[in-house]
Design a binder for this molecule. Structure first.
Ligand SMILES: [Zn+2]
Length: 256
């Protein structure tokens, strides 16, 4: 078992390294290919060798600087690699060597990518939202017809709910309140978490978002809200403890 957890962490670090490229290139305006050009230093253009691309290790060995021109390399790279490694290790620790471990790891990786692109540039790339939706449906398909129904219903509820919020918000505030990226993202979340999990995600996302942004706006800081980050945190929390919250809530309603 410890061996599998270590192997999962190594896989996670490699996926995290790839995720860094996706965040940088899919989250750019205009979007760039993740295949071409090959990785290079944005400052001096020097191509990265395989030994410059070893997750976490290369950054530490180079002490966060380009091999060619010594320009600083963002600490975001090793942090994302480490976070993804821990995520994959955690899923195997929690679910054993199973399809659920892979599903949880894939879901978390996509959520991390979305939170990062939304934080950096207010972009939620289709590759992550719709690509993640396809992944969620594939995992459900692998688990059987009944689970597939749950996933499709969840995706429809996620999409429909955020679409309604977007239409209502636009009507009330006469400006775009919710981006199309958030709507597609919630279709993806619905495919992974089902409709109850989707409702809980939106509730938690709105709650966390308000807790952070209401004080900021009271202090007079007008800033666009990258709502995708809060939805991603809400979705991760729902995956981890959602069933417990929903059971508690059902019991609470039963007592009332
Ligand atoms: Zn350089």
């Amino acid at each position: 078992m410890p061996l599998f957890i270590v192997i999962a962490a190594l896989f996670g670090a490699v996926f995290g390294s790839f995720l860094n490229v996706c965040i940088l290139r899919w989250g750019a305006e205009p979007k760039e290919s993740i295949i071409r050009p090959p990785s290079h230093c944005p400052n001096c253009g020097i191509g990265l060798r395989w030994y410059d691309n070893i997750p976490i290790v290369s950054w530490l060995v180079l002490r966060g600087r380009c091999r060619g021109c010594r320009a600083p390399i963002s600490v975001q790279y090793p942090i994302i690699e480490l976070a993804t490694a821990l995520l994959w290790a955690f899923m195997v620790w929690r679910h054993g060597l199973s399809l659920e471990a892979l599903r949880g790891a894939a879901f978390g990786t996509v959520l991390l990518g979305i939170a990062m692109t939304d934080a950096r540039a207010y972009i939620i790339p289709d590759e992550l939202s719709l690509g993640g939706l396809a992944l969620g449906i594939l995992f459900a398909l692998a688990a059987g017809k009944q689970v597939l129904g749950v996933a499709l219903l969840g995706a429809a509820v996620g999409f429909g709910m955020l679409w309604l919020v977007a239409v209502a918000g636009e009507w009330m505030f006469k400006q775009e309140a919710m981006g199309g990226g958030d709507i597609k993202m919630m279709a993806m979340v619905g495919a992974f978490l089902g409709w109850q999990g989707t409702l809980l995600t939106v509730f938690l996302g709105a709650l966390i978002g308000s807790l952070i942004f209401v004080p900021l706006s009271l202090m007079g800081r007008k800033k666009l809200v990258p709502f995708g980050i809060f939805l991603a945190i809400g979705a991760a929390a729902t995956y981890l403890v959602g069933p417990a919250i929903l059971t508690w809530y059902a019991g609470y309603l039963g007592r009332a």
